[in-house]
Design a protein around this ligand. Structure first.
Ligand code: 2RA
Length: 341
């Protein structure tokens, strides 16, 4: 008993993590297909540590007829080609790219935040996964918003290089190594040196001076959490391999104390509160790698506004920021709408 599951982009950072998480969460799979471009055709990928390996097929030649769920991590250009044909064949697409996130008839889902929105998936038979930096933030905001209604969010992100794919990770590694031999190497993936540096630029610049990554955090938060919430973001690339961190400052309509916020966060789904006002009483990105949780630390009142809370939020961007959220959407879809084969 189980679903016929396709992982498209199976050899990339997120694709491999989706395979790992399908195994870790024992997602019911009766049949598994791993797809990638022709470059990776014939490679073998593993379904986590189950010992089960799957030969990678060329997505161009794959017929999705009779398959139940396709987890996509192939970028917007390839998704534009393949998602419609998978959806039309009756295979529900859960897409990690940004292509469909803001389409009015495509649900954009974080299961801990807006699970009911998935009930509209049949319109296109496509469900969108949010941007990694949005996903962890709305998980942390949700319990606080339900309690005291958020008016405004100011967020600064510290995003790891794995958000830019394997090339981003390779660039940090090589630059960090070469610096000690006096040759930091010219930036390729990033606009400036990333080793021992930070870069206030992710994705492309928009006319108003913000970047597309910052725009995504604004519009996706409004779609997932509440269109009335005002958000302003500064998204920064930092020399960390995996794990996005965020300093979040929140203004509420109603009164909320730090103790209220800590209690709500401690009890909320998907959140691990690690918050002691002492040396080491907080989470850092290195500690979140490989974990499912969205970690929250440094919860405190912000005295500069009437009802303000500031906090620190850390999560594995390849997991809750992408692969885990996608698998959780598949679990939600199965519970609510699909019959196991
Ligand atoms: C990044 N959120 O971190 C973007 C895409 N994964 O680069």
């Amino acid at each position: 008993m189980g679903y016929r599951v396709v992982v498209a982009g199976a050899t990339g950072n997120v694709g491999r993590e989706m395979l790992n998480i399908l195994a870790e969460r024992e997602f019911p799979i009766s049949d598994l297909a791993a797809l990638a471009s022709s470059r990776s055709q014939g490679e073998e990928v593993e379904l986590g540590d189950t010992g089960r390996t799957v030969k990678v097929q060329n997505i161009e030649h794959f017929d999705p007829t009779g398959w139940d769920i396709a987890l996509f991590a192939i970028g917007s250009d390839a998704t534009r080609i393949h998602a419609p044909r998978f959806a039309a064949a009756g295979c529900t697409v859960i897409d990690n790219s940004s292509l469909y996130r803001m389409e009015p008839d495509v649900p954009l889902i974080v299961p801990e935040v807006n699970p009911d929105a998935i009930d509209g998936y049949k319109a296109r038979n496509i469900i969108a996964n949010p941007n990694c930096s949005t996903a962890q933030m709305v998980v942390a905001l949700k319990p606080l918003h339900d309690f005291a209604t958020i008016r405004r969010v100011v967020v600064s992100t510290y995003q790891s290089v794995s958000g830019a794919g394997k090339q981003g990770m390779d660039e940090l590694f090589e630059q960090s190594r070469n610096i000690f031999v006096g040759d930091p190497a010219e930036p390729k993936k990033f606009t400036k040196q990333i080793a021992f540096n930070v870069i206030p630029h992710i994705d492309s610049f928009l006319d108003d001076g913000s970047t597309k990554e910052e725009w995504k955090m604004v519009v996706e938060t409004k779609k997932i959490l509440d269109p009335k919430v005002k958000v302003v973001a500064t998204c920064v690339r930092v020399p960390v391999f995996v794990g996005h961190s965020e300093a979040i400052h929140i203004e509420f309509e109603n009164d909320i104390s730090a103790a209220d916020a800590q209690r709500l966060l401690r009890e909320a789904p998907g959140i691990m509160l690690v918050d002691k006002r002492e040396d080491g009483g907080y989470v850092t990105p290195i500690e979140c790698v490989g974990e499912f949780a969205t970690y929250v630390s440094r919860v405190r009142e912000d005295p500069t506004v009437e009802n303000g809370i500031a906090l620190w939020c850390v999560s594995d961007n390849l997991r809750k920021g992408a692969a885990l959220n996608a698998v959780q959407i598949a679990e939600l879809l199965g519970r609510r709408h699909l019959k196991k084969g």
